[in-house]
Design a protein around this ligand. Structure first.
Ligand code: FES
Length: 72
């Protein structure tokens, strides 16, 4: 099993578990956490973290990978 896993929550955040370093656009690191919920809806007031707003706004997202969307 990988040291780091990312779980996609249905119509919710990305749950990142494991030893990762999260930095903002200027390279400033956030305090390390073993488990983080990252906002996927764009509406959190605590970005990049999820604050639960996704459920209040009715966020709906694709749940499965779309082959045509892969980078490369
Ligand atoms: S995914 Fe939870 S607030 Fe955006």
């Amino acid at each position: 099993m990988a040291d780091v896993t990312i779980d996609i929550i249905k119509n919710g955040p990305l749950i990142v578990k494991g030893p990762v370093e999260l930095k903002d656009s200027e390279g400033k690191a956030y305090p390390a956490q073993a488990r983080m919920a990252l906002c996927r809806c764009g509406a959190s007031t605590e970005k990049p973290f999820c604050d639960g707003t996704h459920s209040k706004i009715g966020f709906q997202a694709a749940e499965r990978a779309v082959p045509e969307s892969a980078e490369g």
